[in-house]
Design a protein around this ligand. Structure first.
Ligand code: GCB
Length: 590
């Protein structure tokens, strides 16, 4: 159901990127999807809408944005099965073709698609997408929704700008009426041999199927003529961190005359993941995570996909000697995952399970609902949470780069009910994932070893910790003492679980220098990491360090956020702060 769209012998692909029209649905207006939109502005797709306009009201509009374009179908593809696929629309989308509703999707970071044959005609068709950016206590991410004087407001319970729009490519692809819906690549590796058992979902009639595994030289290394056979790769080239090797598994369907009906080649890498005695292993070698929590965030584009930015980020990570990142705090573009596969970059793949703490606000003094009840009695996110896990595992299951799933970030895991909320979600993730990869829930500082109720279910203890910044601000001696104490407690409680830093960092204004090495200066950022690294290097049960953040990023207006979050190792436009060179020296040695 969710294969990445590709062009090949049997499939055509049309990219609908470009300039679309958008009408902002003002309060009290009623937009008729059968009629052309009124008072439209021009907006580029894919990209966030917010930073393309010079209009504060549009940038901060809460509600619906109606997108419109022409969907022109040439006769060369008209008799094929036609599917329109949205790689992501943030956060909710309702799709209309020629005025008729054809699809609806909730969740701003995973793809959805719909077959459109019964709704389209040859030539020009009208395509509209009603995009909503509303977040509330049932959505992921989770926001606080209220109406003041009849006007809607969303206060994010998370620390990044609530960008919206059609963020990733919209594509039309065709297949034969008989087609391959999905491929799950099960494999079992032992002593150089890999037994591959593909699970293929097919719609329609066919007479013959072939499955081939092709290596990087396009040489067929294994072949089968039925869906029930396993294929054997001899002398397997393993997918290794920073030394990727990718095979292709190619499924082809034929009719009785030997005509090719459909074919699809899915890339995959062979690697194993294991946790034993508080160590993390990839291919039976100890693995130490060096890298970042990131964001999809760039000037002008907002959260829009851009292949050059994605590629630059990957090159910057490699330049520093990083080997991994976490898709904080939502699934990233499929193209970024494909790139990570190809370059051997290890990924912790995160769902948009952020904001699950009703008392959370970036500025503690501005806490929107101080007297709110227990998080788990207040939120109604469980159904959407199951959905985002399902959609992410479905999308990313075959990626070699994915070694762990993060099913939330900083939930109120110290509050009563967290265990009941998360236990079934951890189980669901493992049930859905054919590789049973480890599951993590990056932990918030409030959820101390004494109070936390979810760590027993997770495989690696991921800590987001800001000793020296939010705790003992500016006093690094006391900070690392606190850090040492806390780590000791976690380790005593869970001696067999590895611990990693999934976030730690300090806001740093690029170009700000201080003889006294004070907070916000580039010198302080260096000291902050030096002292934190000192602690990490002492402890052999620590399996990784993900710095917060790869780059500065945009947030909502806030007294603690002057032009966004400045904890980047790079600025928002990817210039290095001084720490970058220090980090490069450390990671190249580690
Ligand atoms: C966190 C959050 C992250 C924030 C970061 C910060 O713990 O997980 O989303 O941006 O702290 O900088 O405060």
């Amino acid at each position: 159901m969710m294969l990445y769209p590709k062009m090949n012998e049997t499939r055509s692909l049309i990219d609908l990127s470009g300039i679309w029209k958008v009408q902002i649905e003002k309060q009290g207006t009623n937009i008729d999807p059968c009629k052309p939109l009124q008072e439209t502005i021009l907006i580029a797709v894919p990209a966030s809408l917010n930073d393309q306009v010079i209009d504060e009201e549009i940038r901060n509009h809460v509600g619906n944005f109606w997108y419109e374009t022409e969907l022109t179908l040439p006769s060369s593809i008209f008799n094929e099965r036609k599917v329109i696929r949205f790689a992501s629309v943030t956060h909710k989308a309702i799709v209309f073709i020629n005025g008729e509703k054809v699809a609806e999707h909730i969740g701003g970071f995973t793809p959805f698609e719909v077959e459109i044959d019964s709704h389209v005609k040859l030539g020009i068709n009208n395509l509209k997408v009603c995009v909503s950016n509303i977040l509330d206590e049932s959505t992921l991410p989770c926001g606080f929704y209220q109406e003041i004087n009849g006007k809607p407001y969303v206060t994010p319970r998370f620390d990044f700008f609530n960008y919206c729009g059609i963020h990733r490519p919209v594509k039309l692809y065709t297949t034969n009426h008989t087609h391959i819906d999905d491929i799950i690549i099960h494999y079992d590796y032992k002593d150089g041999e890999t037994s591959v058992t593909p699970e293929v979902a097919i719609s329609g009639e066919y007479d013959k199927v072939t499955i081939e595994i092709v290596d990087e030289n396009n040489k067929i290394v294994a072949k089968a003529n039925s869906l029930n056979e396993s294929l054997l790769i001899l002398g397997t080239h393993l997918w290794q961190p920073l030394q990727a090797y990718l095979y292709k598994l190619k499924v082809s369907l034929y009719n009785v005359n030997g005509n090719l009906l459909d074919t699809y080649a899915e890339e995959f890498g062979v690697r194993t993941v294991k946790i034993e005695n508080n160590k993390f292993y990839i291919n039976d070698k100890e693995f130490y995570f060096k890298g970042f929590g990131k964001h999809e965030d760039f000037p002008v584009l907002g959260k829009g996909f851009n292949s050059a930015v994605t590629n630059l980020d990957k090159n910057l990570m490699k330049w520093l000697g990083a080997n991994s990142f976490r898709t904080s705090h939502y699934p990233y573009s499929e193209e970024e995952m494909i790139l990570a596969d190809r370059e051997g970059i290890v990924v912790i793949d995160e769902v948009p399970g952020v904001g699950l703490f009703t008392n959370f606000h970036v500025d503690v003094n501005l806490n929107i609902n101080k007297d709110s009840k227990n998080t788990w009695q207040t939120l109604q996110t469980h159904d959407n949470h199951k959905n985002v896990i399902q959609e992410l595992v479905k999308r990313d299951k075959n990626h070699a780069c994915v070694v762990m799933w993060a099913i939330a970030n900083e939930p109120a895991s110290h509050q009563e009910g967290a265990g009941q909320y998360f236990r079934p979600l951890v189980e669901l993730t493992k049930r859905l994932d054919h590789q049973k990869r480890p599951v993590v829930i990056p932990n918030i500082v409030n959820a101390t070893p004494e109070l936390d109720q979810v760590t027993e279910f997770v495989d690696v203890i991921c800590l987001n910790r800001y000793y020296g910044w939010y705790i003992q601000h500016g006093n690094l001696d006391l900070a690392i003492e606190g850090l040492r104490n806390e780590l000791k407690k976690w380790h005593e409680k869970y001696p067999n679980k590895p611990i990693m830093f999934s976030e730690f960092g300090a806001d740093t204004i690029s170009g700000l220098h201080s003889l006294y090495r004070t907070p916000y200066s580039e010198e302080f950022q260096i000291d902050f990491y030096r002292r934190n690294f000192e602690v990490l290097d002492e402890l052999d049960y620590i399996v990784g360090e993900h710095l917060w953040n790869f780059a500065d990023f945009e947030t909502a207006a806030n007294i603690r956020r002057i032009d966004g979050n400045k904890k980047g190792i790079f600025t928002r436009d990817r210039r290095p702060k001084s720490i970058a060179f220090e980090l490069k020296r450390r990671w190249e040695k580690l």
